[in-house]
Design a protein around this ligand. Structure first.
Ligand code: TXA
Ligand code: MG
Length: 328
């Protein structure tokens, strides 16, 4: 049985106790719900991989209540400290070399000598992390390869019965995962577009190398081409809707669709990001009853958080691998 907890003091304490005991607990962050395990405990980390069916070669992000605690586990350059100071807490993950005495399980970083660190901007998450008193490894709380959850109900559908508890804090504000920035070498590299815009990062530290898609599978194994996928195939940049397609609209919807989810009537990119995963889930669930076999997604500007939206749609529309090779 999965315990359903709420954001009150006693429930946060209960979630922290479960995590300290090595159990797996889902909790909200400002981006998406995470599936947490004590990052210093090998068997807790292993349980996170098992609950998600996640391949062990795909490392996890470690979550911390504040920047000082996070950077103590890594080798942080002056640039990394500056970035942390400006963007933490917030939807940005930094990949840095592991510190010599880093207590994080090697399983969490999939044997790499680097660590992905993040300080979420979510009061309940930070209070939980403070009470756990150890880094919490947390991938998104979905089955591997599927759409990330932005509500506790999504987590329940994905992982109910497989995990100890879900800490319900309502819908996530940002709606797409954190930006992943590799600061291990002099040239900063963007490993995943996300909630912190590349424009804002470049304004602070200058040009960032864009690493994307399959070229990037070794540095950031989670960025395999097909990921974040609903069951139905997604077609991007749609200018017309096919007879058997549901519509993911941005701005005024195209005519002719029998099932429509609007990301943002006003073409507001932040609103669209926050509704993206819920929209893909909704269309996926309702399409079959209407005889629909695909999702047509209207174009979204490739700027600001729109880049993260397009990245997720691109992965959702990539050819799917055969089942047994299914990616993280
Ligand atoms: O917003 C988020 O980042 C959410 C919330 C829960 O914090 N977490 C999340 O985790 O999206 P996950 O596991 O779904 O994605 C983590 C990404 C993966 O693409 C993984 O390959 C990459 O970060 N990653 C983790 N550790 C890494 C490392 N040491 N080097 C390079 N990439 C790494
Ligand atoms: Mg994920």
């Amino acid at each position: 049985m999965t315990e359903f907890l709420h954001a009150g003091r006693d429930d946060i304490r209960r979630a922290a106790t479960l995590l300290r005991e090595g159990a797996v607990v889902a909790f909200a962050t400002e981006t998406v719900y995470g599936l947490g395990g004590d990052a210093t405990n090998d068997s807790a980390v292993a349980a996170v991989f098992v609950a998600k069916d996640r391949p062990r070669f795909n490392p996890l992000i470690c979550h911390y209540p504040d920047a000082d605690t996070a950077l103590a586990d890594a080798v942080a350059s002056a640039v990394a400290r500056r970035v942390a100071k400006v963007f933490w807490p917030g939807p940005l993950t930094l990949v840095l070399p592991r510190a010599n005495r880093c207590p994080v399980s090697l399983l969490a970083s999939a044997g790499l000598d680097t660590l992905a660190l993040r300080v979420p901007a979510h009061d309940v998450a930070r209070s939980l992390l403070q009470q756990v008193g150890r880094p919490v490894a947390a991938p998104s709380a979905n089955r591997s390869g599927r759409v990330s959850p932005t509500t506790a109900q999504h987590v329940q559908v994905e992982l109910g019965g497989r995990i100890a508890a879900i800490l319900d804090c309502g819908p996530c504000d940002v709606g797409v995962e954190s930006t992943v920035l590799d600061l291990c070498s002099a040239q900063p590299k963007l490993l995943r577009a996300g909630g912190t815009t590349i424009e804002a990062i470049e304004a602070l530290i200058g040009s960032v190398e864009l690493c994307s898609g399959t070229l990037n599978t070794i540095r950031s194994p989670g960025m395999l081409a097909s990921h974040y996928a609903p069951s139905l195939p997604v077609r991007m940049g749609a200018a017309k809707v096919g007879k058997r397609e549901a519509l993911l609209a941005f701005g005024a919807p195209l005519t002719g669709a029998s099932l429509v989810f609007s990301l943002s009537d006003q073409r507001d990119l932040s609103e669209a990001a926050s509704r993206l995963f819920a929209g893909l889930r909704m269309l996926d669930e309702q399409a079959a009853a209407l005889g629909l076999t695909g999702i047509a997604a209207m174009p979204v500007p490739d700027q600001g958080i729109g880049r993260a939206i397009n990245d997720r749609l691109r992965r959702a529309s990539a050819p799917r691998p055969p089942k047994e090779e299914s990616c993280p």
